[in-house]
Design a protein around this ligand. Sequence first.
Ligand SMILES: Nc1ncnc2c1ncn2[C@@H]1O[C@H](COP(=O)(O)OP(=O)(O)OP(=O)(O)O)[C@@H](O)[C@H]1O
Ligand SMILES: [Zn+2]
Ligand SMILES: [Zn+2]
Length: 801
Amino acid sequence: MKVASVIVDVPSRQTDRPFDYLIPERWQGIIQPGMRVTVPFGARRLQGFVVDVKDHSDIKQLKPIEHVLDVVPVLNEELLDLGRYLTETTLCFAISAYQAMLPAAMRAKYEKTLRLTDEEKRERLPDEVKPLFAGRTEAAWKEVEAAGLWRAAQKAVQQGVLEAVYKVKEKAGKKTVKHAALAIPSEQAKQELGSLPARQKEVLSFLLEKGKAASVAELQAVLGVSSAPLKALVDKGFVVLNDVEVYRDPYEHRTFQPSEPPALTQAQEAALAKIAASVRAGEHRTFLLYGVTGSGKTEVYMQAIDEALRQGKEAIVLVPEISLTPQMVERFKSRFGSKVAVLHSGLSVGEKYDEWRKIHRKEVQLVVGARSAVFAPFENLGMIIIDEEHETSYKQEEMPRYHARDVAIYRARRHSCPVVLGSATPSLETFARAAKGVYELLELPERISDRGLPDVHVVDMREELRSGNRSMFSRRLLDELRRRLERGEQAVLLLNRRGYSTFVMCRSCGYVIRCPHCDISLTYHRAGERMKCHYCGHEEPLVPRCPSCGSEHIRFFGTGTQKVEEELTRLLPKARVIRMDVDTTGRKGAHEELLSRFAAKEADILLGTQMIAKGLDFPNVTLVGVLAADTMLHLPDFRAAEKTFQLLTQVSGRAGRHELPGEVIIQTYTPDHYSIELAARHDYRAFYQREMALRKAHGYPPYYYLTLITAAHEEAPAAAKAAEKIAAYLRKHLSHEAVVLGPVASPIARLHDRYRYQCMIKYKREPNLTAALKAVIDRYQADAAHGGVTITVDTNPYMMM
Ligand SMILES: Nc1ncnc2c1ncn2[C@@H]1O[C@H](COP(=O)(O)OP(=O)(O)OP(=O)(O)O)[C@@H](O)[C@H]1O
Ligand SMILES: [Zn+2]
Ligand SMILES: [Zn+2]
């Protein structure tokens, strides 16, 4: 008896374990761990992942597996184990962990086929399979299955002769190119040559000489022939025409100048030597590459990767989504050419799947991508790099709630290879570990250009108001902008908000209009005069009177990029402005287009939200202005100061990166706040000391760990009661060292029509934690069926709302 343990596709606590199924005889030896199957489950038929194959089950009456969805495993042993690690550490369901590792295209039900990978390999097809592919390069899975050829097909896939393809239907149209190839052995073709008319002879000799399939376009261009001779050869059965798939390469229309590595500075050299030594020794280590903005971290990454590739290994580079700019991609593509796959959210489902397949088929050795690229199915990893490691977008805010840093370190340990965390503003957690020697600290204390870091001026906006300036631009910022325009230099302006105006407030009574579902203030959008909720999408028309007191003095507070743009063009009519925010970058490719226009100096000022704060490297930018440095300081989040410091430092880092000296102006209503003062002085270490002292005093990470539990229900009392019960249970079952805070209403007290209450656990070491949390989840998952309370557990929260 052969038995498969299967994790079924039902994300719930009750089904979160492997179920045993019988492997029918025809699939014995074929089904392996890491393949997906369909199985009967109660009255339903479900997809699932095979996690184990064994000879025996304790269950008496096993149901058989119905279908096999993959020819070869889509998850290897390492990734299967990683899934187990994620379920333990983030308390997610195993099915959620496995699905997070695969491209979306494979999660849906798509038509599947087997395809010949290469016309030349046709001869290597197993004999019994050959007829299925006669005169074509693809066969549907159903046919293979019906013909009972599964085993033979699997072998062919393992040998790289056939490939399993999940057909993703896309509007973009099919990406295939017609190819011509010999349909007869070359010996026979040579003999036929003599009897052919001249044109046909030319075509046949061309194919003979080439020794493999040639695109029809190429053939016609080289020989200058029409399609007639080709058609004649096809009719005679000497030549076949095939549609050969080309990858949907999002960068296909781009050419990349090959780049040679520059000679490194001493600091770069020292850092690289340590990393390269660890690559060569094949030992796991975690490095923190702490280098100021513009210090050449990326160059160190690239040369370290080069070392890994020379060792015949593979590498992953993680970059935050918003700094995965065309510039960044270009740097890696120029250096590593076709060895690179790129994964980010701007790609279509099909494009992502193509990139994933390049990795799975080992056609690339390097992946540059956002968070989920950490799951790239490489089997011989030599290095993982996390650029801008402090970015909170490395934490996924839905199940599985993993942090890419933890996954990277887990995988690197398994592969015995180094992890490099790079940042100009490392997260407190990471710097603290480096200070303790858990990570190895490598420093790049100076910029590459000998100009040094830009001068930063803090402007007190309260003063501006007192002296009669009601504009959102201080006099100093405006003066400096004018100066840049005169000199033909460029400026970057950061506004940490989106939309026309942020919230709508009554000046008479102070009433702020809020979302009826989410309890956050609505944002005014000028298009259509509407107010929108940025959490749930609720929208309504702008009100002419205060709903609370009836006053007409209802006006907008805060400023959005659109409003700033209007004021800017009013004050500086000659300035050419490019605005970059979620509204102007929604369309595919818009982000790239706006940046390349700015790079081509088609604008003087780049105005935008956080998305412009990182990674950009424009030689002509000599002024950076921050319009309101305080917007993030007042969020209900213990990391508010850290986030403010990071953002200000990063955006300042955009100025004066090359020959021209840079200058930064920060406008704020709280100029004395240490995060603003220290960012202005470029003093990361002082900020670190100060912030660590506060974290210690208030019991926050990195001194303590946190776990956040949120209970939500349509009725506030039900949510509150559940949260209270949870808090009581935890207090009883956790040790005295753990502190359970709350329950309290969440900062966002209502989301998607559900009231939210939360409690927070602070702890240093808590052996009972996992068991207690699992018990809580069990209890409430079971309850959910009746009571409707949903609970979420976040074992390492970054969103405190
Ligand atoms: N050894 C070197 N010689 C000459 N130029 C270099 C060298 N290293 C890096 N550069 C150049 O210096 C500039 C800054 O380097 P890079 O972008 O790698 O810095 P970074 O530390 O990654 O920056 P940031 O964190 O601010 O994005 C780039 O234009 C890069 O091409
Ligand atoms: Zn009012
Ligand atoms: Zn809402």
